[in-house]
Write a protein of this length. Structure first.
Length: 443
C-alpha cells in the first residue's frame, strides 16, 4: 500500500487492528455457540465478551513479538488474548477458544469480512461516480462532437452520449461488484480438512449469521479460491473501465484536439521546464493505477489450484493484493469522480473540430441517398469517395457539399437542395433521447 494512493476508510480495513478485531469476533461467536451446545462452559464465552467490553486496545506489537517466537500468527493472537483474559481476572477461561477450529477458519472468514467491507466502500465509490457522470451527461446531452473510429473522424455524436456510454459501463460494473461481493462473503468454520470432525456445523452457521456472511457449502481446509479469483477479476474489469474513460479524456486534452481537459487549479504547474504546459496528469495516473489493480487478477486465478485440502501458497499473495487492489481501486474511483465532476468541456472547439474536414462526416448520408435514387452501391461509393478524397487531401479547405453539387454523376440523381439536406447536423442527433432513456430510464 502506497500512502500517496490510499484513502483512510479503505486503508483502515486492512490495518492489523481491524483484522485482529475480526479474529476475536470469530473466536468469541464460535465460543458462544460451543457453550450453547454444551461443548465448553458458558463462563468461557462470557469471560471473552466481558473482557472485550472493556474496549481493550489491540497491542499489535505484543502479538508480533509472540509470533516472532511461535512463527504462527493465529497462535500468537490466541496466546495474547489468553494473557489479557487471564490478567482481567478470568483465569483459564480463554483456553476454550478455538475448540475444534483450524487457523484457516479464522483467516479465511476474516478475509471474507474484510473484502465485504471493502466492497461496500467500492460500491459507494461507484455510486458517487455514476452520479457525477449522469449530471455531466445531461449537461451535454445535445452538445455535438465528432465521433471517431480508429482515431479518425467518423460521424457526429454528442458529448452526452460519450458520457452515457460510461454511465452504462459503470452501471454494469456495479452489478458485477454486487455479485462478486455476494460470492466472496462466505464463512468457513469447518475444522481441519473441512470435515467438521471436531466442531459442530451449527457453530459455522452461528458465526456466519453474526458476521453477515453466508455459510460456505463445502470447504476443504480453506474457502475455495475460485471465489477470490472472481472477486479480483471483477476489480480488474472495473479498473479497465476506469482506464477507458481516462484514455478518452487524455485524448480529448491533446493540443490538436482540446475538446475537454482536466481542471487546472490556480497555482498548479504542468512542467518544471515549460511554463505553458497543462498536462492530463490525473487521467495518466488513472491509467497506471488500473494496471496495478488488474495485476491482482492473474495471481488470484493462480491461487485457485491449491494442493489437496490446503496449502498456504495463496496466503502471501493475498496479503499483498488484498489490500493493494482494493485500496488502489478505491483511490482511482475517487480520483475519476473528481475528474468528471470538474472536467472542463469546450463545445465550441468540439463543433470546430467536427466541421474542420469540409463536411466529410456527412458522406454516408450522400452514399445512401444515391443508392436510394437508383445508383448502385458500388458506383455511389466510388462517386462520393472520389470527392471526399479531394477534401481529405486539401485538409478540409475544400467543401464536400460544393464538390458534390458540381459533380454531374451526383446531380443527375440528387438536386442541390436535397444534397444540402444531407448535411444537416441535427439528423445525426435524432435518437439521442432514445439512447438516454435506455441508459438512464424514462425519467
Amino acid at each position: 500500500m502506497v500512502p500517496r494512493y490510499a484513502r483512510p476508510a479503505m486503508t483502515a480495513i486492512w490495518e492489523p487492528e481491524n483484522r485482529f478485531r475480526i479474529w476475536f469476533e470469530i473466536e468469541a461467536h464460535a465460543t458462544d455457540k460451543l457453550a450453547d451446545l454444551g461443548v465448553v462452559p458458558k463462563s468461557a464465552a462470557e469471560a471473552l465478551w466481558a473482557w472485550w467490553a472493556t474496549n481493550p486496545a489491540i497491542d499489535v506489537a505484543a502479538i508480533d513479538a509472540i509470533e516472532a517466537v511461535t512463527k504462527h500468527d493465529v497462535i500468537a493472537f490466541l496466546t495474547w488474548v489468553a494473557e489479557q483474559v487471564d490478567a482481567a481476572g478470568y483465569v483459564g477461561e480463554a483456553r476454550f477458544m478455538h475448540q475444534g477450529m483450524t487457523s484457516s477458519d479464522v483467516l479465511d472468514t476474516a478475509l471474507a469480512v474484510q473484502l465485504t467491507q471493502a466492497s461496500d466502500i467500492l460500491l459507494a465509490d461507484l455510486d458517487a461516480l455514476l452520479e457525477a457522470i449522469k449530471r455531466r451527461a445531461y449537461e451535454h446531452k445535445m452538445t455535438p462532437t465528432i465521433g471517431r473510429s480508429h482515431g479518425i473522424h467518423a460521424e457526429p455524436v454528442t458529448f452526452g452520449l460519450k458520457l452515457a456510454e460510461a454511465y452504462a459501463e459503470f452501471s454494469r460494473a456495479r452489478k458485477r461488484l454486487i455479485a462478486a461481493r455476494e460470492e466472496i462473503a462466505t464463512c468457513a468454520i469447518s475444522g481441519a480438512v473441512g470435515t467438521f470432525a471436531n466442531i459442530n456445523p451449527l457453530v459455522e452457521e452461528h458465526v456466519a449469521a453474526k458476521l453477515g456472511l453466508a455459510v460456505e457449502p463445502v470447504s476443504t481446509q480453506v474457502i475455495p479460491r475460485d471465489r477470490h479469483a472472481m472477486f479480483f477479476a471483477t476489480l480488474g474489469v472495473i479498473a479497465s473501465s476506469i482506464e477507458r474513460l481516462a484514455v478518452e479524456v487524455r485524448h480529448l486534452q491533446r493540443t490538436e484536439v482540446l475538446e475537454a481537459e482536466e481542471y487546472f487549479s490556480p497555482g498548479q504547474k504542468g512542467s518544471s521546464a515549460m511554463p505553458h504546459k497543462r498536462n492530463p496528469v490525473l487521467t495518466e495516473n488513472l491509467t497506471g493505477l488500473a494496471r496495478v489493480v488488474r495485476a491482482a487478477a492473474v495471481p488470484a486465478m493462480e491461487n485457485v489450484a491449491l494442493w489437496h485440502e490446503r496449502d498456504i501458497s495463496h496466503s502471501s499473495v493475498e496479503r499483498f493484493f488484498g489490500p493493494d487492489a482494493t485500496i488502489t481501486l478505491d483511490f482511482a474511483l475517487g480520483r475519476l469522480t473528481g475528474v468528471i465532476d470538474k472536467l472542463l468541456i469546450y463545445p465550441e472547439r468540439m463543433l470546430k473540430n467536427l466541421n474542420r474536414m469540409g463536411g466529410l462526416v456527412h458522406s454516408q448520408r450522400v452514399l445512401l441517398a444515391l443508392t436510394q435514387a437508383g445508383m448502385s452501391r458500388e458506383d455511389s461509393y466510388k462517386v462520393v469517395q472520389r470527392n471526399a478524397m479531394k477534401v481529405w487531401e486539401s485538409d478540409g479547405a475544400l467543401s464536400l457539399l460544393d464538390l458534390l453539387k458540381a459533380d454531374a454523376d451526383v446531380s443527375v440523381h440528387i438536386g442541390a437542395q436535397e444534397l444540402e439536406e444531407k448535411f444537416d447536423l441535427d439528423y445525426h442527433l435524432a435518437h439521442v433521447d432514445t439512447i438516454f432513456t435506455r441508459v438512464f430510464g424514462a425519467a
